[in-house]
Design a protein around this ligand. Structure first.
Ligand SMILES: Nc1ncnc2c1ncn2[C@@H]1O[C@H](COP(=O)(O)OP(=O)(O)OP(=O)(O)O)[C@@H](O)[C@H]1O
Ligand SMILES: O=P(O)(O)OC[C@@]1(O)O[C@H](CO)[C@@H](O)[C@@H]1O
Length: 303
């Protein structure tokens, strides 16, 4: 079973505003509400690709109930912990002349809520995959991811981490199966700007030396680079298409990589291409990638 953990799920309020002006009343020309949060997006795409998963994490208030409800409509199983104080957040994603995001804070998670999550994680086996992704509410310490990796280490399950800077750096010593920074996040870690696939490779190698097994560096429209567990380097451009909604493209890539890896008897090149096409299929549609969209893009990449 694949488990995803989302510390701070959201309702993503996706809007378009023509020529957005600050300090003025702006009207939307398009609006849509989707369940969001990185682990939740991974769970939705896994379900679209035909893989079962269980979404874990913390929910609060009416927004939390709505996220759960909408997630169930996507055919996903979940087992969220209900938090007493605050509300699950609403994240605004606005497309205008530029893309702007305003992400909420989320509810207050107490120590006993974390303990409940740990109890759930104690049930995992070495056949399971655990995906932990996204930011943590600011009331939690930046050792949160590290605490989870330490806890599940004796179990021997594969762990995937998609998080930024400190959260990510602190888990490398636990040898996560997969990490997926984008090129900006990777550059930020080392205080450099990485704009080409060739520039990314030496820095991804550094994260591998620090312990990560597979490092997938996403680069939006420029494709991606993978340093795999066998020490091989894979590079690819992204498929061509019109970007409609790129929210969740990175999460879709994680789901696609896992799906490809599991279906192909651990063929990392196949997993890499499925990951890329999954990310692009999400970017090229209003919703997250469907199986048909992903395979259609994979066909275009064979040329
Ligand atoms: N503009 C685009 N054109 C084609 N493919 C794209 C585009 N944006 C994203 N993708 C696909 O999705 C993958 C992941 O995208 P990206 O690098 O933006 O991830 P991310 O920064 O983690 O995104 P997010 O945080 O929005 O989920 C890319 O490697 C690529 O395959
Ligand atoms: O604050 P985080 O957890 O880093 O990011 C949250 C978020 O922006 O990430 C997803 C896209 O990857 C969205 O569904 C969600 O709103």
């Amino acid at each position: 079973m694949i488990y995803t953990v989302t510390f701070n799920p959201s309702l993503d309020y996706i809007i378009q505003v023509k020529d957005f002006q600050t300090g003025q009343i702006n009207k939307t020309t398009y609006e849509k509400i989707l369940p969001g949060g990185k682990g939740i997006n991974v769970a939705i795409v896994l379900s679209n690709l035909g893989h079962e998963s269980t979404a874990l994490g913390f929910m609060a208030g009416f927004t939390g109930k709505e996220i759960e409800h909408r997630l169930a409509n996507f055919g996903c199983t979940s087992s969220f912990i209900q938090v007493q104080e605050g509300l699950s957040r609403i994240n605004v994603k606005m497309k205008s002349n530029e893309e702007t995001e305003i992400n909420g804070q989320g509810p207050k998670i107490q120590r006993e809520d974390i303990e409940k999550l740990f109890k759930q994680l104690d049930q995992l086996t070495n056949q399971d995959i655990l995906v932990i992704s996204g930011s943590i509410p600011n009331t939690l310490p930046d050792t949160m991811y590290e605490q989870i990796l330490e806890r599940v280490q004796p179990i021997g399950c594969k762990v995937v981490v998609d998080a930024t800077n400190t959260l990510l750096m602190k888990v490398l010593k636990y040898h996560p199966f997969l990490i997926k920074p984008n090129n900006f996040e990777l550059g930020e870690i080392f205080g450099v700007s990485l704009t080409t696939r060739d520039e990314v490779i030496p820095y991804a190698k550094k994260l591998q030396e620090l312990g990560a097994q597979n490092i997938l560096v996403s680069m939006a429209g420029q494709g991606a680079v993978l340093l795999d567990e066998k020490g091989e380097v894979h590079q690819s451009r992204a498929p061509k298409g019109e970007v409609i909604n790129s929210v969740g493209a990175g999460d879709s890539m994680v789901a696609g990589f896992l799906s490809g890896y599991l279906e192909s008897n651990q063929d990392t090149q196949y997993a890499f291409m499925k990951g890329i096409c999954c990310g692009s299929a999400s970017a090229f549609s209003e919703n997250l990638a469907t199986k048909e969209e992903v395979f259609a893009l994979m066909d275009t990449m064979k040329d």
